[in-house]
Design a protein around this ligand. Sequence first.
Ligand SMILES: C[S@@+](CC[C@H](N)C(=O)[O-])C[C@H]1O[C@@H](n2cnc3c(N)ncnc32)[C@H](O)[C@@H]1O
Length: 207
Amino acid sequence: MSKAAPITAKRFKGITIPRKSHPAIRKVTRQSDAPTLHGNKFWNSSCLLIDYLHRNPPEHCSSVIDVGCGWGLGGIWCAKKLGAQVTSTDADPNVFPYLQAAAALNGVSTHHRVARFERLSKRELSAFDMLIAADICFWDDLVDPVFNMINRAVKAGVKQILVADPERAPFFEVAQRSMDRHCAELVEWETSGSIDASGAILVIHNA
Ligand SMILES: C[S@@+](CC[C@H](N)C(=O)[O-])C[C@H]1O[C@@H](n2cnc3c(N)ncnc32)[C@H](O)[C@@H]1O
């Protein structure tokens, strides 16, 4: 009997998620410098976010910014399933070759740009209907930059802001401040389907 081919990708909510062993990802790993700020894989919180958006289709999503995008799964899903124009931003330029490989596997592309949370101005954020993020608040010293970026996004008129997280302590600090200042909701979430993920999603409706 012939051996089954190894599984190098999964399907989740209509997109293909390559594993590190996928030939397209292995090629990037061979040719590029490694990401340095934890943008070294798809984190499960991006599946939380996708599952939430799948079950709660957003009203305003023609232009989407994915901040701290890493390999960019959330933005790839929005481009493919919502037909959104997506800008993927990250502090670490080394994530983008991975994002481009994953986007190509899904037949979409996103604009990408190196930008720290601290550097995204109100003017730049005003170009977007929706801001998404997954697992971007993993150190205590990210609380202020992430919360201040959320404040600028609200002031800029971004209509929906969603931050998914595996429930790390710094995220809860951002969530509490956002509930106090912006009437944000904190939603417990669990995925259904081929990938198991659970955590919380900070949701701000600003329309
Ligand atoms: C845990 S990874 C999550 C990546 C992606 N959102 C996902 O769910 O797969 C965190 C990402 O945040 C980025 N990051 C860390 N600090 C940042 C900052 N100050 N500004 C922008 N991006 C940052 C990292 O480079 C990394 O890609």
